[in-house]
Design a protein around this ligand. Structure first.
Ligand code: FES
Length: 276
């Protein structure tokens, strides 16, 4: 009598069967590979499943967990799906972007010219710069250069500081000679007169020639005596004299704004000669 409780040993595979063709005993949902494998084992034909079939036999991957909520700046939590929807709504609500400048141009126009707006900007800039330059030039015209001329009135020291004859100390600075004479030809007195060092021909500056006791013009040779009277050359008239008086402090005050001409009889004026 056989023991029903004895474990049944598995039957050995058929001789000559491919060990690699061991039936796949893993259950495949809805498949009939086990039966096919058993049949193949019985017939001795290798029925090793193809790699794709083996891959398909693997259990399905578990579903991914839902995406974690994303907190936004307002403190709200938004899921990825809702965030994507918000972006889509925002994109739909946003106004259509302005077309690029290049898109507004003629597609056949390949020249690098500026747009009309840029040209207008350049034109206005050039016009503004020209207007500013013209205004600056006008302002400059309203304020001409200052001509620093020597003063017309100035003191030349005390009478006691002068000897008889011609003093040239103020010729270069003020354009005058100061002459002290014992007897003036028109005033008939001793004292001072001031000659303007400008030739009455064409305005050159004569030189004092002490050896010849005269003033000689280097331009055309006019000569003047120490009194200022012309005696040679083209000069048509004597040199002019300047106003000369005694200042409050006792110094000699010369005033070049006032001239005296002998041919006009002005050398007899009291202020054309300083008696001393
Ligand atoms: Fe003096 Fe002509 S300018 S002589």
């Amino acid at each position: 009598m056989a023991d029903d409780n004895k474990p049944v040993e598995p039957s050995a595979p058929p001789t000559g069967a491919n060990p690699a063709a061991t039936p796949n005993t893993r259950p495949v949902p809805g498949g009939d590979e086990p039966a096919t494998a058993a049949a193949a084992a019985a017939t001795g034909v290798s029925t090793a499943p193809a790699p794709a079939a083996a891959h398909a036999a693997r259990p399905a991957a578990p579903p991914r967990p839902p995406a974690a909520p994303i907190p936004d700046l307002a403190g709200k939590t938004t899921t990825a799906a809702s965030a994507g929807g918000a972006q889509a709504r925002a994109a739909a609500a946003a106004p259509a972007a302005k077309p690029a400048v290049a898109a507004t141009r003629d597609p056949d126009d390949t020249s690098p010219l500026l747009t009309r707006r840029a040209w207008m900007g350049l034109a206005w800039g050039a016009f503004s710069a020209a207007s500013a330059a013209a205004l600056a030039a006008t302002g400059r015209f309203m304020f001409p250069n200052v001509l620093n001329e020597p003063p017309q009135q100035f003191k030349v020291g005390f009478p006691s500081e002068y000897g008889m004859g011609v003093d040239e100390r103020f010729k270069d600075k003020y354009g005058i000679w100061i002459i002290r004479t014992p007897d003036d030809i028109d005033q008939h007195a001793s004292g001072f007169y001031v000659l303007i060092s400008v030739c009455t021909h064409l305005g050159c500056t004569p030189n004092y020639l002490s050896a010849e006791s005269k003033f000689k013009c280097p331009c055309h040779g006019s000569g003047f005596r120490l009194t200022g009277v012309n005696f040679e050359g083209p000069a048509p008239r004597p040199l002019e004299r300047a106003r000369v008086v005694l200042a409050d402090d006792g110094q000699i005050l010369v005033d070049k704004s006032k001239h005296y001409q002998r041919e006009l009889g002005q050398w007899i004026d009291p202020e054309a000669f300083l008696k001393a």
